[in-house]
Structure formats: structure tokens, C-alpha cells
Design a protein around this ligand. Structure first.
Ligand code: HEM
Length: 579
């Protein structure tokens, strides 16, 4: 080969090698810059876990590890606030997105939820609830449709609907639950058994009655009663006195089963990285189709029945009230009413989903705390007997009207204290650039009110008072809340105040509480939930002593699903009297 040829091939080799090296170098530099760009970016000044900023996935792997064991997202959040020891900090739980801001101070959380217009319903929740269709809680507060939708439902948390329509049903359902528990108590012969499904069944029946009333005949509790009353003591599996009896769970009708399982979809979509994609994937699955075809068939039929009843002059159920309100709104606005519409189906189905596990779980929690704190249980029973003397003297359960009119501060305090101890964190999204406790927070950040740690279940962290927002500075404080008492203990007395005349009253504003959220987007069904828990738990405590259970069946572990639900609710019962 001529020298020139050798030179030419060498230089072309070198130049292609250079190009290759250049390409490799550029790829490496590019990948490095991309990696750096994708790493979590903390907001200036706000404490964070530095290790999390070295990984593309931020805090997510550590969070998943803890939650896969405990099931408790609220507790993980509280641990982050505790670790950083500041009333505001940031975590990186969604890769490639802005940090999530954790607010671990009650007064600032209250300010954000109640007074600050720059915070909105979060988009990730709106997307996460996509399976429930077009209902009011998926609308932003500043969307004019939100108020119009709330208007449609305006009668349903009013005293007339609650006390005259829902109350008597809830009372009857409570008595049915007592009957079921009594049958189980007899069969279990002093052994413990789980009551969690029974509370869920009672709560499910309540939501079905709320929506459709007597137009829909299926019940979740009736088949259980029937199944248990057909059981012979010889059919109970033998076991020691601390070994729980497992009772059969009688199947419910397809629609009730669908309502029971629909929250599974929401739990998956709200935590998905892309809720819309997760929703699409799930909507292809047979189990999903089964749930939502039930919704389509049954709720549509019920809507037609409600329209028919309304036209015949009957307005009792939630569905009938919606139809009536839509007619009134349409007349006012000079448009055709949309009575038979998807919107009506979605609003009513979403309420059933919102009110079932939440309330059933809360009744389970009350049962657990009263079991674990027998002194409080005895106090509550005494308070019930002395507030309802005729029923006590006549050895019968109180009627709904007696219960409704009785003033029983200790009962309200027990419910309030249970909600305080079983927190579910809530989120808002910044709709514009703003500040929290003096730190700049850009538009589009998720802000979580962490109510399972400092300021709620442990003493408040110090706050620079000057850094609070003007509305927070101006707000009234709760002077008598005693943070030196163990805040993790169940102590209903915290919510009672003694007046100058010696009378004792319940004060719902005595301490930090976000059990139902706060402000315009607080729990819409709060009054119904409170009525239900109050009525049913009064009947349970009136009728039974909740005896101690083995340690392995107790504990206060929860599960953060659509609300904070107890993992187990075991009871060992003794009937109080012969009524
Ligand atoms: C003990 C039972 C219940 C608990 C603990 C509970 C708790 C909550 C919480 C913490 C929120 C979020 C509040 C916020 O972000 O500020 C909420 C929202 C909501 N709840 Fe409940 N809830 C219960 C029962 C019910 C019932 C019975 C219904 C329906 C009848 C219901 C309907 C709703 C709705 C529609 C929302 C969304 C409100 C909105 O975005 O505007 N809840 N609930």
C-alpha cells in the first residue's frame, strides 16, 4: 500500500473515531445533564431529606417500603415532619414533578383550608376520582359549575332530610346491627369475633337508603342476620377462649357488592403516577366492567323511578331531591331540565361511595377505642343512661327521637376524640404563586396538611409567628388545649368544657381537628356521618359491654384508603341487660 493510502485511511479512521468519541462524550454529558435536570429540585429554604435529592425517585422508594408494611400514608407523612423537626418541609414522592409541601402546624393548615383563596382542589385528586364520572367533588372551587352542583344537593344535609328521613332509618339499622351482634355474641360463647364487616354493611345500607329509599329492596345487613340465625352452635369451629370465631360473610346482591368494591378503583387511580392511564388500563378489566355495569343498570333504573315519583308529587330520597332541584334550577334559568342525565347518576353514585367505607370505618374505630379504654366506655354508658332516663328505667333501647333530643356531651366527645386519633391527611394545590410560613411556594405545588404528627398527636413544633400569613395572625387561638397531656392517648375529656354554672358542654373547637377537613371543600357528608355514628354507637354501647380482647387482635393499625380505616375490629361482647 502506498504511503499516501495508509495516511488517508488512518486519518479517515481517526476522524471517524473522533466522531464516535465525540458522540459518546456528548451522549455521556447529555445523559448526565438530563439526569441532573430530572433529579428532585427542592424549593429554597424549606427543609428536605438530602438523600432523596440524589435519586430520580426522591422519597418514593423509602415511602413505598414503609407503606407496604404499615399501609399508613398519613403516618409516613407525620414521620417526615417529625424527622425534619420543622412545621413546614418538602418531600419528593412523584418522580419528575414539583416537591410536595408538608404543613405540620394546625393553625397554618386551618388558615390554608378556610381562608386562603390561592389554594384549590388538587388536580391529581380530580384525575384520581375519574372513575366516578362527573360529580361535584371533581370540580375546582372556582369553577361556576361547582356551586350549581352543590345547589342541586342543598336539601340533603339539612335538618329536615337528616332528622325526619335518614334518622329513623339509621336507628332501625342500628337495632338490626345490635340484633346481629347479639346473635354472634351468643354463638361465640365468650370468644372474640370481628365486627368490621358488620359496620360496613350497616353503613352501606344507610347510603342505599339515602340514595333510593324504599325504591330499592336489597340490604347488606339482612342476609348476614339470616345467615347467622340459621347457624347452630355446633357449626362454630372449636377454639380456645381467646381464639376468634370466624363467622361466614353472606353474599350481598351484585349492586351492593359493586358499591363495596368501587373504592378499590379510586385507591389505585389516586396513587398512580398517571391516574388517567391507570384508569384506562383498569377500565379494560373484567372486574372493573362488572362494578360499573352495575352502576349503569341499577342507578339508571332508580333515577327513572325517582323521576316518576317526583312527577307523582313524592320527594323523599336523595335521588328524588336531586330531580326536584334540577327542575327548579331549570325553571329559574329558563332551560329544559336535564332530569334523566349522566350527571344525576354520577352525583348519587359518588355519594354512596363517599359515605360507606368512611362511616363504617369510623364506627369501627370508636368500637376499638372504647374497647381499649374501658373507663371511657363506662363513662359513656353512664352518660347515655342518665341522659335517657325513661329508656333506662323501662329497660329498652332509646328511640330515635329520644336520642336525637338528648344532650350527651360525652358521646360527642368520644366521636371527636376518635376522629382526632385516626387522621387522614388532606391536600390542596397552589392555584398561584404564594407563601406559607414565609417560604415562597410556586403555582402547581401540592400542599399536604399533615395531621398525624406534631400539633395533633404530639406537641406543636415552634413556629416563627411573624412568618404566619396575615389571616393566620388575625385568627383566634384555642387557649385551653393542653399539649402537656399525652396527645396519643384516647381522652374524650379534652373536648369538654365546664361552664361557670358547673354544667359540662362539648366544644368541637377545643383543639386541633381535621377529621372532616375544613373550609368550602370540607367533607360534604359530615352531618350525615355524625348522625349515623352517634345513633348507631349509642345503641351499641347501650346494649353491650365491649370486653377486653387479646393483644394480638387489638392495636390501632390503620389503612389509608378512601379514608383512614381500621385494619381489625375485634369485639368480645356481654349483653348489658335483658332489653
Ligand atoms: C366518618 C365519615 C367520614 C369521614 C371521616 C369523611 C372525611 C372526609 C374528608 C377528610 C374529606 C376531605 C376534606 C378536605 O379535603 O378538606 C371528605 C370529603 C368529602 N366527603 Fe366525606 N367523610 C365521611 C363521610 C362522608 C359521607 C357520609 C359523605 C356523603 C354523604 C361524604 C362525602 C364527601 C364528599 C362529597 C367530599 C368531597 C368534598 C369536596 O371536594 O367538595 N363523606 N370527607
Amino acid at each position: 500500500m502506498a504511503l499516501l493510502d495508509i495516511y488517508t485511511s488512518l486519518s479517515s479512521f481517526l476522524s471517524s473515531a473522533n466522531t464516535l468519541w465525540l458522540a459518546v462524550a456528548l451522549t455521556v454529558i447529555g445523559s448526565y445533564l438530563l439526569y441532573q435536570w430530572l433529579l428532585p429540585k427542592p424549593l429554597p429554604g424549606i427543609p428536605f431529606n438530602t438523600e432523596a435529592t440524589k435519586s430520580l425517585f426522591g422519597d418514593a422508594p423509602a415511602m413505598s417500603r414503609e407503606i407496604s408494611v404499615t399501609g399508613e400514608f398519613s403516618m409516613w407523612l407525620a414521620h417526615q415532619v417529625e424527622k425534619m423537626g420543622e412545621p413546614i418541609c418538602q418531600v419528593f414522592i412523584r418522580p419528575f414533578s414539583k416537591p410536595w409541601i408538608l404543613v405540620g402546624d394546625f393553625h397554618e393548615a386551618q388558615d390554608i383550608l378556610m381562608r386562603r383563596t390561592e389554594f384549590e382542589k388538587p388536580q391529581f385528586l380530580i384525575d384520581g376520582l375519574i372513575a366516578l364520572g362527573d360529580f361535584n367533588a371533581r370540580l375546582k372551587t372556582n369553577d361556576p359549575r361547582f356551586r350549581a352542583r352543590r345547589h342541586l344537593k342543598q336539601d340533603l344535609m339539612a335538618p329536615n332530610f337528616l332528622n325526619n328521613y335518614m334518622g329513623p332509618f339509621i336507628h332501625t339499622e342500628g337495632l338490626k346491627l345490635v340484633k346481629l351482634l347479639e346473635a354472634k355474641m351468643k354463638l361465640s360463647d365468650g370468644r372474640p369475633f370481628s365486627a368490621l364487616a358488620d359496620y360496613y354493611h350497616a353503613a352501606l345500607d344507610t347510603m342505599i337508603y339515602y340514595a333510593f329509599g324504599g325504591n330499592f329492596p336489597d340490604s347488606a345487613l339482612d342476609p348476614q342476620l339470616q345467615a347467622i340465625s340459621n347457624l347452630e352452635p355446633s357449626q362454630i369451629s372449636p377454639g380456645g377462649k381467646d381464639e376468634p370465631v370466624v363467622f361466614p360473610d353472606a353474599p350481598t346482591s351484585p349492586f351492593l357488592t359493586a358499591v363495596h368494591h368501587a373504592p378499590d378503583v379510586l385507591e389505585k387511580t389516586t396513587i398512580a403516577w398517571s391516574p388517567k392511564l391507570a384508569y384506562w388500563w383498569m377500565s379494560q378489566q373484567a372486574w372493573y366492567k362488572k362494578i360499573f355495569s352495575q352502576k349503569k343498570q341499577v342507578v339508571q333504573k332508580q333515577l327513572e323511578a325517582a323521576i316518576h315519583n317526583f312527577k307523582a308529587g313524592e320527594v323523599k330520597t336523595a335521588m328524588e331531591h336531586l330531580v326536584m332541584r334540577e327542575k327548579v334550577a331549570a325553571e329559574k334559568q329558563g332551560r329544559e331540565p336535564q332530569l334523566n342525565s349522566q350527571l344525576m347518576l354520577d352525583e348519587i353514585f359518588a355519594d354512596m361511595i363517599s359515605g360507606h367505607h368512611t362511616t363504617g370505618g369510623s364506627m369501627g374505630w370508636v368500637t376499638k377505642y372504647l374497647t381499649g379504654f374501658p373507663e371511657a366506655q363506662t363513662k359513656l354508658r353512664k352518660a347515655l343512661y342518665s341522659a335517657l332516663p325513661s329508656a333506662a328505667a323501662e329497660q329498652r333501647p332509646p328511640t330515635f327521637d329520644e336520642l336525637r333530643h338528648a344532650k350527651i356531651p360525652y358521646l360527642e366527645a368520644v366521636i371527636e376524640e376518635t376522629l382526632r386519633l385516626t387522621p387522614f391527611s388532606m391536600t390542596r394545590e397552589t392555584a398561584q404563586d404564594t407563601e406559607i410560613l414565609g417560604y415562597k411556594i410556586p403555582k402547581g405545588c401540592q400542599v399536604m396538611m399533615v395531621n398525624a404528627g406534631p400539633g395533633y398527636l404530639s406537641p406543636s413544633l415552634p413556629v416563627n409567628e411573624n412568618a404566619r400569613s396575615p389571616t393566620s395572625k388575625a385568627a383566634k387561638r384555642r387557649p385551653n388545649w393542653d399539649e402537656t397531656k399525652d396527645l396519643k392517648l384516647f381522652d374524650p375529656e379534652r373536648w369538654l368544657v365546664t361552664k361557670e354554672d358547673g354544667s359540662v358542654e362539648f366544644d368541637s373547637a377545643a383543639g386541633p381537628q381535621l377529621g372532616f377537613g375544613m373550609g368550602l371543600r370540607q367533607c360534604w357528608g359530615r352531618k350525615l356521618a355524625q348522625l349515623e355514628i352517634r345513633t348507631i354507637m349509642a345503641l351499641v354501647v347501650w346494649n353491650f359491654e365491649l370486653l377486653g380482647i387479646p393483644e394480638g387482635l387489638g392495636g390501632y393499625a390503620g389503612y389509608d384508603g378512601v379514608s383512614r380505616q381500621p385494619q381489625k375490629v375485634y369485639v368480645r361482647l356481654r349483653k348489658m341487660n335483658s332489653w
